[in-house]
Design a protein around this ligand. Structure first.
Ligand code: CP3
Length: 340
C-alpha cells in the first residue's frame, strides 16, 4: 500500500481532496545537490549506478515534495541497449556518433535481451522502492518509438528533426522496421520495469508534435498504441505528447489511464478533444516558473479550476528548465497542496 496514493487515485479517475502534483524532469539541474553529483560523475554513470540513480530520484521528493517520484534515467538508454552508441556531451546534449540512416543501418540494430543490457535500471528501481518506503508511487518511463527514432536518425537534438523526417518519408520501409524494433525493445523494457516495481509508466512523445496529424498516426501513434496494449492490466500508462493536442481523441480511446498535454492547448479544449472523462496531466508553461512565487501560486490555482480537481494531475507541459530557482519549483508544488 502506497501512503500517498493521490496519483494512483487520479489515474483511476477517483475523487480526490486535491489533485496530485509532480514535475517532468523534477530530478535535474535546477537542484543544487544534483549539480554537486554532476561534477563528480558523468551522465551515464549516474544512470548506471543504482545508488546514484536512487539518490537523485529521491532528491526532489525530500526537497520539493511532489506526490510521485520518477526514476532518474534517460529515454536514450533504450537505443544504447540496441547497440546504437549514445553519448551525453556537456553543453551539447545527446550525441550519437553513428546515426541510423539506411536499411543496412537498421538491420544492424539489435532487439536486446533487456535483462542483459538494462539490468542496472531494474536494480535502481528496486533500490529506489526500498528508499521511498511506499511514501509515494514511483513512475517508470520510456520515450515513444518516434521520439527515439528522432535521436537515432538525427544523431543529436534538433529544432525540427529534419533528417529524421526525411528518413521516414524517403525510406518508409526502413523507418517502420526501426520503429518496430524500438517498440519491441520498449515493451520488454517496460514490462521488466513493472516487474521490478514501478507503480505507473509514462511514455514521452516529446517530438510527436513535429509530425502532421496524418503522419503522427503512421509514424508515432500506431507504435504508442502497441506499447499501451502490451501493458494492459499491468500498470496505468500516462501518454504524453508534446504538441499532440490534435491526437487527443485517438489517445483517449487507447486504454491509456491519462494523457499529458502541453501549454499550447487550453484545459477546456483538452477536455473537449479527449471526450471529457479521461484523466489529463499538465500543462503549466515551464517558462512560467520564472514568475515570482506569488504569481505562480495564482496561476496554478487558476489551472486547477480550469481542469477541475478530479481526473487531473498537475504537472508542467514539458520538463523543468535548468535555471529555475528552487523556491519557484517549491511554490508550484505548494500551490497545489494549498488548493481548496
Ligand atoms: O524527470 C526526471 O527528472 C527523470 C529523469 C529524466 C531525464 N531525462 C534525466 C536527464 C527523464 C524522464 C528524461 C527524459 C528525456 N530525455 C526526454 C523526454 C522528456 C523531455 O524532456 O522531452 C528526452 C527528449 C530526453 C533526451 C535528453 N536527455 C536530452 C535532450 C538531454 C539534454 C538536455 C539538456 O538540456 O542538456 C538529456 C540529458 C538529461 N536527461 C539530463 C537529465 C537530468 C541533463 C544532463 C545532465 O544531467 O548531465
Amino acid at each position: 500500500m502506497i501512503k500517498n496514493d493521490l496519483l494512483l487515485k487520479a489515474l483511476k479517475g477517483e475523487t480526490v481532496e486535491r489533485p496530485p502534483v509532480w514535475m517532468m524532469r523534477q530530478a535535474g539541474r535546477y537542484l543544487p545537490d544534483f549539480m554537486k553529483l554532476k561534477e563528480k560523475y558523468d551522465f551515464f554513470t549516474r544512470c548506471r549506478t543504482p545508488e546514484l540513480a536512487t539518490e537523485i530520484t529521491v532528491m526532489p521528493i525530500r526537497q520539493i515534495g511532489p506526490d510521485a517520484a520518477i526514476l532518474f534515467s534517460d529515454i536514450l538508454v533504450v537505443p544504447q541497449a540496441m547497440n546504437i552508441e549514445v553519448q551525453m556531451k556537456p553543453g551539447v546534449g545527446p550525441w550519437l556518433p553513428s546515426p541510423v540512416r539506411s536499411l543496412e543501418d537498421v538491420q544492424k540494430v539489435h532487439v536486446p535481451n533487456v535483462h542483459e543490457e538494462l539490468q542496472y535500471v531494474f536494480d535502481a528501481i528496486k533500490m529506489t522502492k526500498q528508499e521511498l518506503n511506499d511514501e509515494v508511487p514511483l513512475i517508470g518511463f520510456a520515450g515513444s518509438p518516434w521520439t527515439i527514432l528522432c535521436y537515432t536518425v538525427q544523431g543529436k537534438g534538433s529544432k525540427n528533426f529534419d533528417l529524421a523526417k526525411k528518413f521516414c518519408f524517403t525510406n518508409p520501409a526502413a523507418a517502420h522496421a526501426l520503429l518496430q524494433k524500438i517498440t519491441d525493445t520498449t515493451i520488454a523494457y517496460l514490462k521488466a520495469k513493472v516487474a521490478a516495481g514501478v507503480d505507473a509508466v509514462q511514455l514521452f512523445d516529446s517530438w510527436g508534435g513535429m509530425l502532421s496529424p496524418a503522419d503522427y498516426q503512421t509514424f508515432s501513434w500506431r507504435y504508442m498504441q502497441q506499447i499501451i496494449d502490451a501493458l494492459k492490466g499491468q500498470v496505468p500508462v500516462i501518454a504524453y505528447g508534446k504538441g499532440c493536442w490534435f491526437a487527443l481523441k485517438e489517445m483517449s480511446e487507447s486504454g491509456a489511464a491519462a494523457l499529458g498535454v502541453d501549454w499550447t492547448c487550453t484545459a477546456r479544449n483538452a477536455r473537449y478533444l479527449s471526450g471529457g472523462s479521461i484523466t489529463l496531466q499538465g500543462n503549466f508553461d515551464p517558462s512560467r516558473l520564472y514568475s515570482p512565487p506569488a504569481q505562480i501560486r495564482k496561476m496554478v490555482h487558476q489551472m486547477i479550476d480550469d481542469f477541475g480537481k478530479d481526473a487531473y494531475i498537475v504537472n508542467l507541459g514539458h520538463g523543468i528548465l535548468p535555471d529555475i530557482p528552487v523556491e519557484n519549483a517549491r511554490a508550484f508544488v505548494d500551490a497545489v497542496k494549498e488548493y481548496k
